[in-house]
Design a protein around this ligand. Structure first.
Ligand code: ADP
Ligand code: X2W
Length: 294
């Protein structure tokens, strides 16, 4: 080896060694990664994400992917001439919309992510809440929207029960579950569940060590748009009340509170468009995004 190449080999070895304490910390731990529709950028970002999942799995971590796809559902509905209506961030879902939501989420997007992970050498298994009766949903009844209107959300559901039997069979066997946020009610109806809420229910039921939300902003931002690196659950209500946290960030931080109450150690909200966001967060000394803990 020349001096230059031995220097560079040594540097690579040092970088690998830096990951060791983090790998030991997450050894055999379950990490739920919510991959939002806005975070799914171009193919190169999707490939980086898939590689991160495979590397985590090979490092002894058990990653579970829960994906969204709001913008992609919107684009398909538009193509089909079906109007989208939202109430407090949730898509009002009639029967025709439900059919498209299931097609896009449990079909196209789910299999696309499975394909990317497989192409990077992993073994992904695409499922939704219906499979193995993993998630049982109930119609989400909301008394009134923020504007005071009474809105029937149609086939929008909330998880009422998670049965981890199927996931327990899959985890720790070199398989990476990729979950679409669709579930059935006890009567057989299919429900559309907000992907953040679905990820929180899965993370809570699995007692995940970490729940990561990959979104399109660096994390929770303060009033000056500066990243808040760490938050306690008790800080959150005031940030919602004073208007610092609004819109799509509200269900995310509410899910953080729910998941932490159910034993998830920490939740991180981070920018999924940052290349290798998950690896940087979990396996390096540099945190990425906002860490929320008890
Ligand atoms: N305090 C805040 N910090 C960061 N983002 C916020 C905040 N308040 C509201 N948001 C909004 O929340 C959005 C993320 O939620 P959402 O669009 O539902 O993401 P996703 O599709 O990834 O689930 C951000 O793009 C931003 O517009
Ligand atoms: C009830 C409800 O609103 N469901 C969402 C499900 C997808 C989702 O949550 O996707 P993102 O994570 O990309 O936002 C929807 O129909 O858009």
């Amino acid at each position: 080896m020349t001096d230059n190449s031995s220097d560079s080999a040594l540097q690579q070895a040092r970088i690998l060694m830096q990951a060791l304490p983090h790998m030991l910390r997450y050894d055999e731990a379950t990490v739920v990664v919510k991959y939002g529709g806005h975070a799914m950028g171009d193919d190169s970002v999707a490939r980086d994400f898939a590689r991160d999942m495979v590397l985590l799995e090979q490092s002894g971590v058990n990653p579970v992917v829960v994906h969204g796809g709001g913008p992609q559902i919107g684009a398909m509905l538009k193509k089909l001439g079906i109007a989208s209506q939202f109430s407090d961030g949730l898509r009002v879902t009639d029967k025709a919309t439900m059919d498209i939501v299931e097609m896009v989420l449990a079909g196209a997007i789910n299999k696309q992510i499975v394909g990317f992970i497989n192409a990077e050498g992993g073994r992904a298994i695409g499922l939704c809440g219906k499979d193995g009766r993993m998630v049982t949903a109930a119609k989400l009844e909301r008394p009134a929207s923020s504007t005071g209107d009474q809105v029937d959300l149609g086939f929008v559901g909330e998880p009422v029960k998670v049965d981890a039997t199927v996931l327990d069979q899959v985890l720790g066997r070199e398989l990476i579950p990729v979950l679409a946020p669709i579930a059935q009610g006890p009567g057989g109806d299919t429900y559309n569940i907000n992907a953040d809420t679905f990820a929180g229910a899965i993370a809570g039921a699995l007692g995940a060590k970490r729940l990561l939300f990959l979104t399109d902003v660096p994390g929770v931002l303060d009033q000056n748009k500066k990243l808040i690196e760490e938050l306690k659950v008790s800080d959150i209500p005031a940030l919602i009340a004073d208007g610092t946290i609004t819109g799509g960030m509200i269900p995310k931080v509410e899910t953080c509170m729910y998941a932490i109450e159910r034993g998830v150690e920490g939740v991180v909200i981070l920018d999924g468009k940052l290349p290798h966001a998950v690896l940087i967060e979990l396996l390096t000394d540099h945190g990425a995004g906002t860490l929320i803990t008890r």
